[in-house]
Design a protein around this ligand. Structure first.
Ligand code: GLY
Length: 368
């Protein structure tokens, strides 16, 4: 087992492999709430209006959600969709809070997932993402991040980025420039500096101390908790983001699944999205997030799609199934899924009625 997780509680969990605490668990993974639409007829159920807010300049009609703009009188229904945000691990609650503040004001899913990732990246107590993230074998923090906008289909990603606290915002900038999709290493850094990002030392006193302690053991793969965030906004638009410092003590230049579109994250707004955490190499081998979305496209629920993908991973690795890999998924109808290979993974969910973390389904225990 090569996990090294930590929770949002700095006093007990900094760099420690303690299990995540489960808080306010009111739903089982994949459970439907009253505001989630059925998946049975995916081609039709996104058309069912779900009134949320009314009036104002920002009002939207159902026709606008379908891409047919139509002027309507004032004080009409604005939103047809219940906003929802779903994230990995218990630090996902922090991500969800930042994203929810945007969603609840009628902001976009893209802004929400970026804000969620930034919150986790900027917290030095969260030691596998962003500032204060796990260093590589040379003691350098190299960060990976990616973001996909379901509304436009645009994507942006950066990998092995050094010295920039919020790689997700650099990835967002790549997305906005819309010329390339994926920048790495020195090129990604010079792009970030050109775009006005500030360079800083991402090592904290804690990470320096941790590195000094770990080095004699040459312990590779000590930790790998990616923050992955899926959101749907009140217009029904979706976005996904993920950000990580990657495997602790990774080789210089090693890139995991997180910034690889299709491996660590994928989104097709006509279907839904998925994002993963765990040992990235095992997700890359199966194009994990893409496969989950394709399973959903052909009729599996987000829950069953995550389980089906992890079953495939387990089959490929049946002689060495001692690593963690987990995925969360969200359909355009707002149905969620979460599954992992090992115990210990939790997801965080926020919508108008729920704000909690809960354990995922575990391979071999909850699904074969
Ligand atoms: N899933 C994060 C990584 O392997 O880098």
């Amino acid at each position: 087992m090569t996990q090294g997780r930590r929770t949002g509680n700095p006093k007990t969990t900094l760099f420690s492999p303690l299990r995540h605490q489960v808080r306010h668990c009111r739903d089982s993974p994949g459970a439907r709430s009253s505001n989630q639409l059925p998946l049975a007829n995916p081609s039709a159920n996104h058309l069912i209006p779900q009134p949320l807010f009314s009036g104002g300049d920002e009002a939207y009609s159902n026709q606008e959600c379908l891409g047919k703009k139509e002027k309507k009188p004032e004080r009409r229904i604005m939103a047809q969709f219940q906003p929802l945000i779903l994230s990995t691990w218990d630090f996902g609650r922090e991500a969800n809070q930042a994203g929810w503040d945007i969603l609840v004001r009628g902001g976009t899913a893209l802004d929400a997932v970026e804000a969620g990732a930034r919150a986790v990246e900027s917290n030095p107590e969260i030691t596998s993402v962003g500032y204060g993230g796990y260093p590589n074998e040379m003691g350098v923090v190299q960060l990976d991040a990616a973001i996909i906008d379901g509304k436009t289909g645009r994507m942006g990603a950066v990998a092995a980025l050094e010295g920039i606290r919020n790689p997700i915002s650099v990835a967002r900038k790549v997305l906005e420039k819309n010329r390339h999709i994926f920048l790495v290493g020195a090129g990604a850094k010079s792009f970030a500096l050109r775009e006005g990002f500030r360079e800083e030392n991402l090592n904290t006193p804690q990470s320096v101390r941790w590195y000094a302690e770990q080095l004699p053991q040459s312990q590779q793969n000590a930790g790998h908790d990616t923050v992955g965030i899926l959101a749907r906004d009140a217009r029904g638009d979706m976005a996904v983001a993920c950000s990580t410092s990657g495997l602790a003590l990774k080789w210089c230049g090693r890139v995991g699944d997180s910034p690889l579109i299709g491996a660590g994250l994928y989104l097709d707004q006509a279907v839904g999205g998925a994002v993963g955490t765990g040992v990235g190499e095992r997700a890359i081998e199966v194009c994990g997030a893409f496969a989950i979305v394709e399973f959903m496209r052909y009729g599996l629920s987000p829950q069953k799609a995550c389980e089906q993908l992890l079953r495939r991973v387990a089959e490929r690795n049946r002689n060495r199934l001692n690593f963690q890999l987990a995925f969360i998924a969200l359909s355009r109808e707002g149905e969620t899924g979460a599954a992992s290979l090992q115990e210990g993974f939790v997801f965080a969910l926020r919508d108008s009625t729920r704000d909690h973390t809960a354990p995922s389904a575990v391979f071999g225990r909850d699904y074969p």
